[in-house]
Design a protein around this ligand. Structure first.
Ligand SMILES: Cc1ncc(COP(=O)(O)O)c(C=O)c1O
Length: 460
């Protein structure tokens, strides 16, 4: 692509400034500083365009957030309209119109029984809030529940990067360093069938993992406030899929043992798995629901923690009783973000997003099947529009690629050359396009993935 020399100098300067000033997340900056980097200038639909004018399919929904594509007319208009009224006002001691209207919409689409909305601004904060609400709920419920201070979570879990959410996380690479800062959480083995911790295979195993989960829940119930889970898919761990019925059984075990269930739908919410929320696949209603990412259609930082009336009522009392939930973030319920979320949720209905998604999910499944044939593809995992392709050094033994092979990053760079932006999770290639992607764009993305994986793994 030829670029005008004047523009070339500006672009050069941009890259220099980036390297001079920005510390990028989850990035080894020593490498970043040495390598040329991709700088995005604009987006439209499922296409992102870099500063040189090269176009890419957004194969990772700008980190799992974009739902209806970029610069969606209705969302742009909703934000612009709200800008004409007010950009931000606080929810501390005041309310605002979009926050109120959105809360009603969220309660209407959420699993049954969730009736109160507590806003924040990221997936991590929505989890932090869920943990604190669960903890405080039991503390205020009565002296016989005061020992219920702990949390149960899954190994390989990812719930965000703040200290509370890291405490209930389980990804060694991300979380081990911070152990001295964390509160301990009781662990249930991740029900990851490809690398089953019990050496069994599904379905002959008869979900032995659930027998172990039950024992752990029973053992710690009296000292546990809540169990937190990513329903159906442990995303950041590499798109690990739970066997059917797993979530439903976990719900039953929590109810039976008087442990609150927190569903972290930050990644799975807003259509990602083919239904509005992943919990719906197993007719599960959690006691607390965490949502973020796709909530605004992928435009602005917004999150929400939904609870039942029963939990909410546990915080009511005379102000001198100090049952108040003493928590709040400055941009809580930001009107621009809420306006964007209202427009996005309305689009789900007006554009029949979920029913239109079903044939695309089937198309994706077919395409992914072809990737399975590649020699170094160990497993392909898919739930709706969440897909992970695990690359292995040896398919028979499932031996992973060594870290220094940087296989995921290399496939990512190859995909970029072709015109597809993705971001790997270690040796797992993640494909998570906007729900609005066309069949043609899906087809091209799958071709790029196939070609890139073949190219990078051919001599290894
Ligand atoms: C399941 C889950 N929970 C929480 C988070 C954290 O969200 P955020 O990055 O917005 O803090 C993520 C992010 O990927 C996630 O996948």
């Amino acid at each position: 692509m030829s670029t005008h020399p004047g523009k070339q100098a500006t672009l050069h300067r941009l890259e220099k400034l980036d390297k001079k000033y920005i510390w990028h997340p989850f990035t080894q900056m020593q490498e970043w500083e040495k390598e040329p980097q991709l700088i995005i200038e604009s987006g439209k639909g499922c296409t992102l365009t870099d500063v040189h004018g090269k176009r890419y399919i957004d194969g990772v929904s700008s980190l799992w957030v974009t739902v209806h594509g970029h610069r969606k007319k209705e969302i742009n208009a909703a934000i612009t309209k709200q800008l004409g009224k007010v950009g931000h006002t606080t929810l501390l001691g005041l309310s605002n119109v979009p926050a109120i209207l959105l809360a009603e919409k969220l309660v209407n689409i959420a699993p049954k029984g969730l009736s109160k909305v507590f806003y924040s601004d990221s997936g991590s904060t929505s989890v932090e809030i869920a943990l604190k609400i669960a903890f405080q709920y039991w503390q205020q419920k009565g002296p016989q529940f005061q020992k219920k201070t702990g949390f149960l979570s899954l190994t390989e879990a990812y719930h965000g990067d703040t200290i509370g959410s890291v405490s209930v996380g389980g990804i060694e690479l991300f979380h081990a360093t911070y152990k001295p800062l964390l509160f301990p959480a009781y662990k249930i083995e991740s029900p990851h069938c490809y690398r089953c911790k019990y050496g069994l295979s599904y379905p002959e195993c008869q979900k032995t993992c659930l027998v172990h989960a039950e024992r752990t829940i029973q053992k710690y119930a009296s000292v546990t406030a809540a169990l937190i889970i990513e329903p159906l898919v442990q995303g950041a761990a590499g798109m690990l899929m739970q066997p059917p019925g797993y979530l439903k059984k976990i719900r039953e075990l929590c109810t039976k043992n008087n442990v609150l269930l927190i569903a972290d739908e930050v990644a799975t919410g807003f259509g990602r798995t083919g239904k509005m929320f992943a919990c719906e696949h197993e007719q599960v209603a959690p006691d607390i629901l965490c949502i973020a990412k796709g909530i605004t259609g992928g435009y602005l930082p917004l999150a929400a923690t939904l609870t039942t009336d029963e939990i909410y009522r546990g915080f009511l009392g005379d102000y001198r009783e100090f049952k108040t939930f003493f928590h709040g973030h400055t941009y809580t319920g930001n009107p621009l973000a809420c306006a964007s979320a209202i427009a996005s949720i309305d689009l789900f209905r007006s554009e029949k997003i979920l029913s239109k998604l079903q044939p695309k999910i089937a198309y994706l499944a077919k395409g992914l099947k072809q990737l399975r044939a590649l020699e170094h593809v160990g497993e392909v995992r898919q739930k709706g529009f969440m897909a992970g392709i695990e690359l292995v050094n040896n398919r028979l033994t499932k031996e992973p690629y060594p870290v220094n092979a940087k296989i995921g990053s290399r496939v990512t760079l190859e995909c970029r050359k072709q015109g597809l932006i993705i971001r790997p999770l270690g040796n797992v290639i993640v494909f998570m396009p906007p729900l609005s992607i066309s069949l043609k764009e899906l087809q091209r993305s799958l071709q790029f993935l196939h070609a890139s994986i073949s190219e990078i793994t051919k001599n290894r």
